[in-house]
Design a protein around this ligand. Structure first.
Ligand code: IFM
Length: 453
């Protein structure tokens, strides 16, 4: 496949992405408090092989080396997240030492000519706030705004690009409905309430960030899951639309001033006749909330990995829908490789919401990598990147204001409930020695980024 950096706009953002709990380790360093992921991962049976983020990639101590790795790759941006429990260890009291780390990281990035893109929340809520109800309690909104204020005051002179939340769908539903993620709650009404508090916290933080950061660029990152009907039957189409509401529109319509989608609200209120009986779980939304959620954005962050093919089915499956797994290529996560779905998604977001700018804030793939003679041959991952970059180009040619792409991830890391069993990195992490080894896919990226500079 012919793909060159020069085919993309000259000012395109090229980055790699990570998140605090997945790479930092040092969970007791410099006054950090426990997060819900510390609690969850230390609870027997919650993560694969009982893995925890206690050490992870030891990035807290090795960040300089990791910045050098990025420089070697030739990226011009790095998306990382700030750990809330480093900054407010007990949920209330500011710990300036926790911010010192991000200060040093930002300086090291800038010195290396890499633009920092900071995410405020990538799932590591301070346990102290969870003890007060966490995201299910409205008090979390003020706590998040205080946290966003403290972080952006301290880093705002050097970090201009801010992402409030990473993937509210995931931490709302996997954290509070299925219980696969921290805090491990299984309560659908609570999960729906969490979605609203998350979006409200985002919207209330946006003007605060702008006030603290000269020339701020502020956005949010959603995980998008395009849903395609299995067949053209009205039942399958309706099933796909239901899921699209819950996965995608619920987290996007309110950001763009449309409130929550009517059909999904109706589903949450009334259930699905013959399947789920209402009244169920519409969220409590107070006057003024929706206006706050719709704070103007500079960009919409898109995390894309795969699609969902939906078939209507009564009984057994949530929302009267089952997932069909078409024949084709799948990654080690069991996610289908479908680059056309990324192109179509970008076209759709542009058409339906017209954000000022779109960025792919995550895209990548896990494969069963094997370290052999100090190298990892991972042609499937290289191909995954190439196919998805080609999909991005098609979207750009069709007029989508796509401004950047962050590969997930810089290095193999703690993949949440999957622990260290799934590897997404451009660098292989040899956990016993903490050596980082460039994979073939990383070499491909380096060559790609070298071209056209
Ligand atoms: O590792 C995660 C990341 O934290 C959020 N988006 C998806 C990635 C792969 O599962």
């Amino acid at each position: 496949m012919h793909l060159e950096r020069a085919q993309f706009p000259g000012d395109f953002v090229w980055g790699t992405a990570t998140a605090a709990y997945q790479i930092e380790g040092a969970v007791r360093e410099d006054g950090r408090g426990p997060s819900i992921w510390d609690t969850f991962s230390h609870t027997p049976g919650k993560t694969r092989a009982g893995d925890t983020g206690d050490v992870a990639c030891d990035h807290y101590r090795r960040y300089r080396e990791d910045v050098a790795l990025m420089k070697g790759l030739g990226v011009n941006a790095y998306r990382f997240s700030v750990a809330w429990p480093r900054v407010f260890p007990d949920g209330r009291t500011l710990n300036p030492r926790g911010l010192d780390f991000y200060d040093r990281l930002a300086d090291a990035l800038l010195e290396a000519g890499i633009t920092p893109w900071a995410t405020l929340y990538h799932w590591d809520l301070p346990q102290a706030l969870q003890n007060q109800g966490g995201w299910a309690s409205r008090g979390v909104v003020d706590a998040f705004v205080r946290y966003a204020d403290a972080v952006t005051r301290r880093l705002g002179s050097r970090v201009r690009h801010w992402i409030t939340l990473n993937e509210p769908w995931v931490f709302s539903f996997l954290g509070h409905a299925t219980g696969q993620h921290a805090p491990g709650v299984r309560n659908v009404p609570r999960a729906v309430q969490v979605t609203h508090h998350a979006l409200l916290a985002h919207g209330r933080a946006v003007p605060v960030i702008r006030g603290n950061v000269p020339g701020a660029r502020v956005g949010i990152t959603n995980n998008y899951m395009p849903v395609e009907p299995f067949s053209a039957t009205p039942a399958d189409q309706a099933a796909a639309r239901r899921l699209d509401g819950v996965f995608n529109r619920w987290f996007t319509d309110p950001l763009f001033g449309r409130g929550y989608p009517e059909d999904t609200l109706r589903l949450f209120r009334l259930g699905l006749p013959g399947f789920l009986q209402g009244p169920l779980f519409p969220p409590r939304v107070l006057p003024g909330d929706l206006e706050a959620v719709a704070a103007p954005l500079d960009f919409l962050g898109v995390n894309f990995y795969t699609r969902f093919v939906a078939r209507a089915r009564r009984g057994g499956q949530p929302l009267g829908t089952e997932q069909v797994r078409p024949e084709g290529e799948y990654t080690a996560m069991g996610w289908e490789v479908v680059p056309h779905a990324l192109r179509d998604l970008l076209l759709r977001l542009h058409r339906d919401y017209a954000p000022k700018a779109l960025l792919i804030t995550e895209n990548g793939a896990a494969y069963p990598d094997v370290l052999e003679q100090n190298t990892v041959h991972d042609p499937a991952r290289t191909r995954y990147f190439q196919l998805h970059l080609a999909a991005c180009l098609e979207a750009i040619h069709a007029g989508v204001p796509l401004k950047g792409y962050f590969a997930w991830s810089l290095l193999d890391n703690f993949e949440w409930a999957e622990g260290y069993s799934k590897r997404f990195g451009l660098y292989y992490t040899d956990y016993p020695t903490q050596r980082r080894i460039l994979k073939d896919s990383g070499r491909w990226w380096r060559e790609f980024l070298r071209g056209g500079r």
